[in-house]
Design a protein around this ligand. Structure first.
Ligand code: FAS
Ligand code: PHB
Length: 390
């Protein structure tokens, strides 16, 4: 079979790209390794930058986000039992973020794709890519035991950190940068009212915690844990007890606990692959970069890559211009590295390391004291958190 743009991966990046291309009349097809339910079952991001929300509107999938999403004008930092409000709205001249789970974004995009009757092959096994560096891109895979071959003009690798797209690039043509953090995030989802109306990023000598949410009745909490920990070793009671110990007394008293709907541990890494284009193969989203989730940038970076890539491909077909394609990688990476820096900085600031030298702990404490006492420092953090301009 043949299509203009073949997309590998039906996560948020692949689905959003497919929707934007479809609305511009560009033919596309998605190969996805997992089932749709499996993709929806992965609990991930929760915060959308306004530019991401605007792009979902442009893709025609923003209605439920506006109806159910929560607009947040700030968040709290909790440092050794003291809460400090970060007034995003004031510090950024009126900007905010939208709390709306990645699962719901993915669901909205899946429903839009199905309603448009666009082809997505779930259960696509052993995807193999070739010809993207000779002008004749080709993908082969197996679907329900049958061999499927797709010829196309371009391949968009939206298949995440463990995908086949980046792995298909000749090693000499790609450079990767990686930092693995010596801890993970143990996440818990529960149908309990959030402990606060906004997010609380907490730093405590026992470790980092994050109090987040999905709605006014569904909460998402995270605890920094050693990489040796396993989610199955954490009962709900153990999780709630540990979270309470890391919160200030007033917040701990206000915490409403309940049975977990999901518990999982995510490793934290900073990762970038350069460049993000190889002939007619483009990488977008987690296939090209990973950020520690502290700064809530992962999903939002995927959205900005997809915006640049959709614009470049639409320009190729509509205006017979390859200027966007030529500049795609540099344009993405300029934004990616700024988000990597912010996520690395915020992660280092909020996560104590068990065996760190005493002076490092004191320097970090001094930076926190400076941050919470300086409008200039808080403004710098706020403008990165709401998202730098596209
Ligand atoms: P995704 O990984 O979401 O999607 C890639 C898709 O490609 C998947 O559906 C996969 O099944 C498919 N695929 C993979 N290999 C394939 C192959 N060979 N053939 C066909 N299909 C293939 N971000 C935040 O902002 N906040 C968070 O709290 C947060 N938590 C996270 C927790 C975890 C465990 C992970 C892994 C990521 C987390 N992220 C978080 C980042 C996350 O939200 C990503 O940024 C987001 O999923 C990026 O979307 P995609 O680029 O579409 O990649
Ligand atoms: C989430 O709600 O899952 C979430 C929110 C903010 C972050 C990371 C995760 O920085």
């Amino acid at each position: 079979m043949r299509t203009q743009v073949l997309i590998i991966g039906a996560g948020p990046a692949g689905l959003l790209l497919g929707q934007l291309l479809h609305k511009a009349g560009v033919d596309n097809l998605i190969l996805e390794r997992q089932t749709g339910d499996y993709v929806l079952g992965r609990i991930r991001a929760g915060v959308l930058e306004q530019t991401t929300a605007d792009l979902l509107d442009e893709a025609g999938v923003g209605a439920r986000m506006h109806a159910e999403g929560l607009v947040h004008h700030g968040f709290d930092l909790m440092v050794d039992g003291q809460r400090h409000h970060v007034d995003l709205h004031r510090l950024t001249g009126g900007k905010s973020v939208v709390v709306y789970g990645q699962t719901e974004v993915t669901r909205d995009l899946m429903q839009a794709r199905a309603a448009a009757g666009l082809p997505t092959f779930h259960g696509a096994a052993d995807v193999q890519l070739s010809g993207f560096d000779t002008g004749h891109p080709l993908a082969r895979c197996t679907v329900d035991g049958e061999t499927v071959e797709v010829r196309c003009d371009f391949i968009a690798g939206c298949d995440g950190y463990h995908g086949v797209s980046r792995a298909s690039v000749p090693p000499g043509a790609i450079q990767t940068h990686e930092k693995v953090y010596p801890f993970g995030w143990l996440g818990l989802l529960s149908d309990t009212p959030p402990v606060s109306h906004e997010l609380i990023y907490g730093r405590h000598e026992r470790g980092f915690s994050l109090c987040s949410m999905r709605s006014s009745t569904r909460s998402r909490y995270y605890l920094q844990v050693p990489l040796t920990e396993r989610a199955e070793d954490w009962s709900d009671a153990r999780f709630w007890d540990e979270l309470r110990r890391r919160l200030d007394p007033g917040t701990a008293d206000a915490l409403v606990t309940g049975p977990s709907l999901e518990k999982s541990i995510a490793p934290l890494r900073s990762f970038v692959a350069e460049p993000m284009r190889f002939g007619r193969l483009f990488l977008a989203g987690d296939a090209a970069h990973i950020v520690p989730p502290t700064g809530a940038k992962g999903l939002n970076l995927a959205a900005s890559d997809v915006r640049y890539l959709s614009q470049a491909l639409i320009e190729h077909y509509r205006e017979r211009s390859d200027a966007g394609i030529t500049h795609y990688s540099a344009r993405c990476l300029s934004r990616v590295w700024k988000a990597e820096r912010f996520s690395w900085w915020f992660t280092g600031l909020m996560h104590p390391l068990p065996d760190e030298p005493a002076i490092d702990a004191r320097l970090r404490r001094a930076e926190l004291d400076y941050l919470v006492g300086s409008d200039a420092a808080m403004t710098a953090m706020a403008e990165n958190y709401v998202g730098l301009p596209w």
